[in-house]
Design a protein around this ligand. Structure first.
Ligand code: TEU
Length: 583
């Protein structure tokens, strides 16, 4: 069903020969002056690939790089600028790749290094950039350094690469402090029956590195260079705010009523910025533009902006909007906050409505009756993974509208695989199928993130819905067939066609369009409208239709069918034949 890939030429991208190892001085340096002054990533739309759930090339039930490479046509037809791959390094898979055992290799289950080289070549050939995922806060307990640390004595240089401490209590049988793991339970695990414990902000199989140790810093310099030399176009950086801990590891004053899990000593320490500056210098030492995109969960947008100072991260996901519910005032306030605080840093706002850690957009916006509070160990888990009764049709309407709104904003946008299909969260996976460490560590009180990681439906009438294997690593519900890629390309009104059209319009009408100008509509507080470049974007959050003034022009794209007023819960992009005069 897929059409042949359009070949686009993108400045700064050089096709890389299959199997070749590009160096930093080969053709990707072409046109550096153009690229230097106008970094490609500032307005890019990047598609996030959760590799094990995108497409399976070898039929083992788990997605891989061969499967991905074979289906790049889907992404070129969709019209994105690049992709970000969740970690695919060798890993025991306790947290599906966020437990890395070898930082300078690709897992054989995903096809090994040769498959990555082939993917880079094929993607570059189509003008698609490829970002990898750096996991620097912790490694896998199977990483040779951690194995060496366990074998070495307390106080040894091997242990200094991690955070080992003596426990409390007469025999050191209590954890060294009161810190909690993001995945639930204490953040410390005892080494056998000794008085020594090691810190893990996530699962016990993910020991935290000691970022105050120069050997650790030097190692990651090497890791970055390894992938940039190989042709990676950028890096997403996992929990970039967490690397450095308070030097004394003091107890954090958690409220006794359990109302907040945020731990200000385990993250967001001033020294983390030294590390980010170091990485920025490495990225900038290449003759092409390499973005570092941070996953930074910090309490305020002002905190977030500190990570985006000119010599630190190029971008950081704007989770503020992802955590905002379907509400006109809240949406507009979040967008304004982002534009004010982030723009001031000189970095583009990096919008995202979904990723592999949160409930899918359709489900978040369609939640009509939340089921009490979520007993999540994760400080933001309750907000982004609330369960309850979902009105899927409503959720889809809102997700379509939200997507158009976001695609009209200045900055860069990250789409999570399946978002282009309007996939809802799979809330009712059988318990025995669940794999997320959050599910196990929370004692089954938090269902975790498996429901947004179910393998994609490609073709409705094939085993495994065309994923590439009949038995997929997480089971696909029967209703996934309705959302299949081929079916959606055939349906002009599908989310997939809406998304593809929006990306085309965005490229044609909004490239380099600059800032937005809000339009006030005092009589309709449920309508959010702004003008940017040639487009006026209007979102109706309420149920009542809204008739846009004729001078705003004609509708070029709408998230819901209309031949007059915009229906409730929809977004339309309008274009005036003669642009309105500036006020
Ligand atoms: O996520 C960081 C993290 O803290 C998430 O748990 C986040 O707070 C939460 O899911 C939102 O509710 C990153 C990765 O994206 C995640 O997949 C990994 O499990 C985690 O780091 C550990 O590497």
């Amino acid at each position: 069903m897929t059409q042949p890939a359009a070949r686009r030429s993108v400045p700064g991208i050089a096709p890389v020969a299959r199997g070749a190892m590009p160096s930093q001085t080969v053709p990707s340096d072409a046109e550096p002056s153009v690229a230097r002054s106008d970094p490609w990533w500032r307005e890019a739309v990047i598609y996030q690939v959760y590799v094990r759930s995108f497409a399976d090339g070898d039929g083992d039930g788990v997605g891989d790089l061969v499967g991905l490479t074979a289906r790049l046509d889907h992404l070129t037809r969709l019209g994105v600028d690049g992709l970000w791959l969740n970690p695919c390094y060798p890993s025991p898979g306790a947290d599906h790749g966020y437990d890395v055992a070898d930082y300078m290799n690709i897992d054989e289950r995903y096809g090994g290094l040769a498959a990555l080289d082939a993917l880079l070549a094929a993607a570059h050939d189509r003008g698609l950039r490829v970002l990898l995922d750096l996991v620097p806060n912790h490694c896998s307990a199977e990483h040779p350094w951690f194995q060496a640390a366990l074998a070495a004595a307390p106080g040894s240089p091997e242990r200094e690469r991690f955070i080992f401490r003596t426990g409390r209590g007469p025999a050191g049988e209590q954890p060294p402090n009161n810190w909690r793991s993001v995945f639930g339970g204490p953040a410390w695990t005892r080494v056998g029956q000794t008085d020594q414990w090691y810190l893990h902000s996530f699962d016990p199989s993910q020991p935290d590195f000691n970022w105050r140790n120069e050997e650790v810093r030097a190692y990651f310099d090497e890791v970055l260079r390894f992938w940039f030399d190989r042709g990676a176009d950028g890096m997403r950086i996992d929990v970039a705010h967490m690397l450095v801990k308070h030097p004394d590891l003091p107890d954090w004053p958690f409220p006794p009523d359990g109302s907040a899990d945020y731990n200000g000593y385990a993250q967001n320490q001033p020294e983390v910025h030294e590390v980010l500056r170091r990485w920025r210098a490495i990225a900038d030492s290449y003759q092409r533009q390499i973005p570092l995109v941070g996953e930074v969960w910090v309490p305020t947008v002002t905190d977030l902006a500190r990570y985006l100072r000119p010599d630190e991260l190029s971008q950081a996901f704007y989770f503020d909007l992802l955590m905002t519910g379907w509400d006109a005032a809240a949406f507009r306030a979040s967008v304004s906050r982002g534009l004010a605080e982030i723009d001031a840093t000189g970095a583009p706002v990096t919008w995202t409505l979904a990723n592999h850690d949160v409930h899918r957009t359709v489900t978040r916006y369609g939640l009509v009756r939340p089921e009490g509070t979520v007993g999540s160990p994760d400080p933001v888990g309750g907000a982004v993974r609330a369960r309850g009764e979902v009105d899927v049709a409503r959720g889809l309407r809102r997700a379509r509208a939200a997507l158009l709104l976001v695609l009209a904003l200045p900055g860069s946008v990250y789409l999570y695989q399946g978002e282009e299909l309007g996939l809802p969260e799979v809330l009712d996976l059988p318990d025995e199928a669940r794999q997320d460490p959050i599910w196990f560590r929370s004692g089954g009180t938090e269902y975790g993130r498996d429901g947004c990681r179910v393998p994609l439906p490609w073709r409705p009438d094939e085993p495994g819905l065309g994923f590439g294997s009949a038995r997929t690593w997480l089971p696909q519900p029967a209703w996934f067939a309705e959302y299949a890629v081929t079916r959606q390309w055939e349906d002009a009104s599908s989310m997939l066609n809406l998304c593809a059209r929006a990306l085309r319009e965005r490229r044609a009408r909004l490239a380099g369009a600059g800032p937005l100008e809000w339009i006030e509509i005092p009589q309709r507080p449920d309508v959010v409208a702004f003008r940017r470049g040639a487009i006026t974007s209007v979102t109706v959050f309420g149920d009542e239709p809204y008739a846009a003034p004729p001078e705003w022009g004609r509708i070029v794209l709408a998230s819901a069918p209309t031949d007059g007023p915009l229906p409730g819960e929809s977004t339309a992009w309008l274009v005036a034949d003669t642009p309105p005069r500036p006020r």
